[in-house]
Ligand binder design. Structure first.
Ligand code: AHM
Ligand code: MG
Length: 320
C-alpha cells in the first residue's frame, strides 16, 4: 500500500478513470518522499542554494533540485505520464509512456526552506500535449498542491469538487479530511507582497486602499497575511476566504507566477470550491498558453474579492 491508497480508493469510488487514479497515486508517492526530505532538511544540509540558476534565471535551492529529481524518477517509474514540465527543467522532459502530461512546481516558496517556513509542491494534469503545450486550464484533468507546513495537506480536484487529504505522519498515507470543500464567498484577509507597491498601477493600489479602509460597516480593514509561499497563503484563503494576489507591475509586467504549474492548477482548485481566479481581465482557466514557462498576474480566492480586484484593475471602480 502506497501513500495514495486512500486517495486512490476515493477516486475509484468517484469513478475516475483508472489511469488517472494511478497517475495521482504516483504524485502522492512523490510528494510523500519530498515531505520526508523537507522534514529532515535542516539536519541534512538540504537547505541553501545549489549555485545554479534555472530557466527563469532564479537561484536553484537544494530542495528544488532534490524534489525535481523525485518527480522525474517516480513519474518515469509509474509509466502513466508521457511528459513532465517542471519549473526546474528548461524543456519538457519525455518520460516514455502514458496518456498524460504532468506540470509541476516541485518546491513552491523555496526561499521559505531556508527559514523553516511552509513550502509546497503544485501539480497539474493534462492529456498528453504536443510539444508540452496544453490547451487552456479548463481542460486540466486534475490539479492540486501539497503544502508542507506544521502538517502536510493535499488539496486536489479532478474537476468535480475540491477535496483535502492530510498525510498521516506515522502511517505515511494521505487521509481524507474534507470532501467537497467550499470557499467562503468573501473573507477578511488578503495576501500580497506589499513591498512592490511602488511599482503597481494606480488601480491595483486603489484596490488595496479599499481593503485597508477604516470602514467596519463594509468589513474593513482586512488583515494582511503573506508568508512568501503561495501554497501556504492560498491554503488559508481556500479555508477562510479572502484573496491572494501577485499583480503585474512596472518591473515585472506579467507578475512572477507561472501559468501552467502555478496559476492554472490553483485556479481549478479555487473554482471547484466556488471561488474565482483571474489575471485582472480574464479568467485564468480561459488563457491559451503560448510557452511552457509563461508568467501571469494572479488574483485568486473568494468570488467577492476577485470581482472587486477586477473592477479596480479594469478601472470600472476608482480610488475612493
Ligand atoms: P518559487 O516557485 O520560485 O518559490 O516562486 C513562487 C513564490 C510563491 O510561493 C510566493 O507567493 C511568491 O513566489 C513570493 O514572491 P515574492 O518574494 O516576490 O513576494
Ligand atoms: Mg518553485
Amino acid at each position: 500500500m502506497g501513500p495514495g491508497a486512500e486517495l486512490s480508493r476515493f477516486m475509484r469510488d468517484e469513478r475516475v478513470e483508472p489511469r488517472l487514479v494511478e497517475l495521482i497515486a504516483a504524485v502522492a508517492t512523490a510528494t510523500e518522499r519530498i515531505e520526508a526530505l523537507v522534514r529532515r532538511s535542516g539536519l541534512t544540509h538540504l537547505i541553501g542554494l545549489t549555485g545554479a540558476t534555472n530557466v527563469q534565471d532564479e537561484a536553484v535551492h537544494k530542495l528544488d533540485d532534490a524534489a525535481n529529481r523525485i518527480f522525474v524518477d517516480v513519474l518515469r517509474a509509474s509509466g502513466r505520464a508521457s511528459l513532465l514540465v517542471s519549473e526546474e527543467l528548461a524543456e519538457p522532459l519525455a518520460l516514455g509512456g502514458g496518456p498524460f502530461a504532468l506540470y509541476v512546481d516541485p518546491i513552491d516558496g523555496s526561499s521559505n526552506a531556508d527559514v523553516n517556513g511552509s513550502i509546497g509542491s503544485i501539480f497539474s494534469v493534462h492529456a498528453s500535449a504536443h510539444a508540452g503545450l496544453p490547451g487552456p486550464g479548463h481542460a486540466q484533468r486534475a490539479a492540486g498542491y501539497v503544502m508542507y507546513g506544521p502538517g502536510t495537506s493535499m488539496m486536489i480536484t479532478w474537476g468535480r469538487e475540491l477535496h483535502e487529504f492530510v498525510l498521516d505522519p506515522d502511517a505515511r498515507g494521505f487521509l481524507l479530511t474534507r470532501a467537497g470543500l467550499r470557499l467562503p464567498p468573501s473573507g477578511r484577509t488578503y495576501a500580497v507582497n506589499f513591498g512592490r507597491r511602488a511599482y503597481w498601477d494606480p488601480g491595483v493600489g486603489a484596490f488595496f486602499d479599499d481593503l485597508n479602509a477604516d470602514d467596519p460597516a463594509r468589513g474593513r480593514p482586512y488583515s494582511l497575511r503573506y508568508s512568501g509561499s503561495l501554497t501556504a497563503d492560498l491554503h488559508r484563503i481556500l479555508l477562510e476566504g479572502g484573496i491572494y494576489c501577485y499583480p503585474g507591475d512596472r518591473k515585472v509586467k506579467d507578475g512572477k507566477l507561472r501559468l501552467l504549474y502555478e496559476a492554472c492548477p490553483l485556479a481549478l482548485l479555487a473554482e471547484q470550491g466556488g471561488g474565482r481566479a483571474s489575471n485582472g481581465h480574464e479568467r485564468i482557466l480561459d488563457i491559451v498558453p503560448r510557452t511552457v514557462h509563461q508568467r501571469v498576474p494572479l488574483y485568486i480566492g473568494s468570488a467577492t474579492e476577485v470581482e472587486l480586484a477586477e473592477d479596480y484593475v479594469q478601472q470600472r471602480r476608482r480610488a475612493r
